[in-house]
Design a protein around this ligand. Sequence first.
Ligand SMILES: [Zn+2]
Ligand SMILES: [Zn+2]
Length: 242
Amino acid sequence: MIEKVIDGVRWIPGKDRFLPDSHMYVIGKMETKDFTLVDCGLMEMGAYKLEELEQGGIPLHRVKRIIMTHTHLDHVGCISEILEAIPHCEVWVHKLEAEYLERGDDRIVFGNGMFESMIRSQYTIPENFFRVKVDRKLEGGEVLSLGGLTFEVIHLPGHSIGSVGLFDREHKLFMSGDTIYADGAIGRYDLESADPAQLRNSLEQIASLGVDILLPCHNRIVRSAAAKMIRNTVNQWAPLLE
Ligand SMILES: [Zn+2]
Ligand SMILES: [Zn+2]
C-alpha cells in the first residue's frame, strides 16, 4: 500500500517475485498538484502502482514526470506501462544512461548476457522495448523544485554509470536508488557499466550527507538517524571496492 514518509514523499513498495521489483517513490505535496515519480519497477509491475497512486489521491493527470535513479530492468521495466497510462509524463534520466535508452541499447537494462537470456525466456520483450525518449538529461548538481520540496541531484556512478541519488537537504531525506540499502547492503558492482572504485567514491559522498531518512529502491526504508548505519556500511565495504 502507498505509505506517507513525510509530507510530500510517499512510498509504494515493490513486489518482488522471482525477480526483484523496485519501489516507487512519489514526490509532491497534495496542495501543489505537481507530482513526480521516482523509478517504476519490473515489467508488469506498473498497474498495481498506478492503482495505488489513484487510491492515494494522486490523479494520474497530475503526475508530471518520472525520474529514474538508473535504468536497470527492475526499475525501468514497466516504463511503457506508465507512459501509456500517463502519456504527458516526462522522463528524466542521467545523461550517461539516457544515451543508451535513446539509441535502444539495452545492455545496462539487462546488466549482463546471462540475465538477458534468462529474462527473455520468461517475458516477451519486443524489439526496441527499451528505446525511450528522455525529456531531461540530468548531470548531477541540479537543484530541483518538485511539488513543494527541493531535491539535489547527486551523480553516483558505480552500481551503474548514470546512477543518481536525490537529496532533500531540509529533511535530510535521501533516495539512494540501488547504490546503498539499509542494513549494511550496497548495490552490486559487476554489471554492465558498473565500477567498484567509482562506487566507493559514491558511497563516501553519501556518507558525507548526514542522512536521516534513507529511501533505497529495495528492501526496508530507514525513517530516522540513518547516518550511522550508512557510515558503518561504507566503512565495511570500502576496502573491498578497488
Ligand atoms: Zn540496479
Ligand atoms: Zn534494483
